[in-house]
Write a protein that binds this ligand. Structure first.
Ligand code: GDD
Length: 285
């Protein structure tokens, strides 16, 4: 008979069929080690999949047959990373809830330590890619990815004392999650959203440095839409935290960045002669 589930690991997943088996088996192998502070029987894994139709359901069913405590929620009417995480938290049985990517960039071997770091006084655990003990964050990343990642992190520094609010490897206690109202789930950065809206103070955050792995299967969903969503989420959080004036200053700052970006990209574009026939749908400049 299964004992009480104290810990829930939520895995948002879109087209991650090839990563689910190694993810689940490695998590439970880590929990089964003699030195694990949390035992495997206390843990459930919930995969929240947005109708990938890539065999993910069958992989999870096979793992269930083998005795792993894992289930999959398939959403057919909703899409998006943050809303998938929130759905998983809503379904979780455990009072301690961890979120991690399916793609093995968040090492499954850190799961026991991350779970055990949560307590009634440590309401939030953050897997951080910065600080001592973390591997080189951006090793192997292309330059543009490094600039985006560091720029995004700096813009969030005024909202939280957490060292890596962009991280998707984090945990939250259920009582803190329930305190967060009006969550904006349209973007990718649900950890930042929860840190601000659940009003997590710095002394309630436990940080666990980890080495961010490289994705070896499947594809990243990071694109320019994700970045736009992040900027609008930041604006809303500045408004939420500081009210009008600073949010307005931040908006001006964003407008300035946009203008500089337009200027730089326009000066790199080749000169082209464009002929638009009458009635066309060209985006005139
Ligand atoms: N259900 C669902 N899952 C999604 C969706 N989009 C992405 N995911 C899942 O969310 C996880 C992260 O998505 P990636 O596409 O792998 O993200 P990334 O670009 O590698 O971004 C990583 O770095 C960020 C910090 O720079 C992190 O914030 C992010 O969580 C992730 O770790 C993966 O498990 C992916 O399958 C979606 O629309 N729906």
């Amino acid at each position: 008979m299964l004992g009480a589930i104290d810990y829930s690991v939520i895995v948002p997943a879109y087209r991650e069929a090839s990563n689910l088996r190694p993810l689940v088996t490695r998590i439970f192998a880590a929990l089964s080690r003699i030195d694990s502070p949390v035992s495997a029987g206390q843990v459930e894994i919930i995969v929240v999949d947005d109708n990938s139709r890539d065999g993910s359901v069958e992989v999870v069913q096979a793992l269930q047959q083998e005795g792993y405590n894992v289930r999959i929620i398939v959403r057919t009417t909703e899409r998006g990373l943050s809303s998938a995480v929130v759905r998983g938290f809503q379904e979780a049985q455990g009072d301690n809830m961890l979120c991690m990517d399916a793609d093995l960039q968040h090492p499954p071997e850190y799961v026991p330590q991350m779970l055990a770091a949560m307590s009634p006084t440590k309401l939030f655990v953050l897997g951080t890619r910065y600080g001592s003990g973390a591997g080189a964050v951006d090793e192997g990343w292309p330059l543009y990815r490094r600039i985006i990642s560091n720029g995004a992190r700096m813009l969030a520094l005024a909202l939280t004392s957490a060292s890596d609010p962009m991280s998707g490897f984090f945990g939250i206690r259920k009582e803190a999650f329930l305190k967060a109202k009006n969550l904006n789930t349209s973007g990718f950065k649900i950890a930042l959203e929860l840190l601000v809206k659940a009003q997590i103070h710095s002394n309630a955050i436990a940080e666990v440095p980890f080495a961010f792995g490289l994705r070896t299967a499947g594809e990243s969903k990071l694109d320019s839409k994700v970045m736009r969503l992040y900027l609008s989420q930041l604006l809303e959080l500045y408004w939420y935290s500081y009210n009008g004036l600073i949010a307005f200053a931040f908006l001006l700052f964003l407008a300035l960045i946009f203008l500089v970006w337009r200027y730089l990209t326009a000066s790199n574009e080749p000169m082209m002669a464009t002929t638009v026939q009458g009635g066309g749908h060209g985006r005139g400049q």
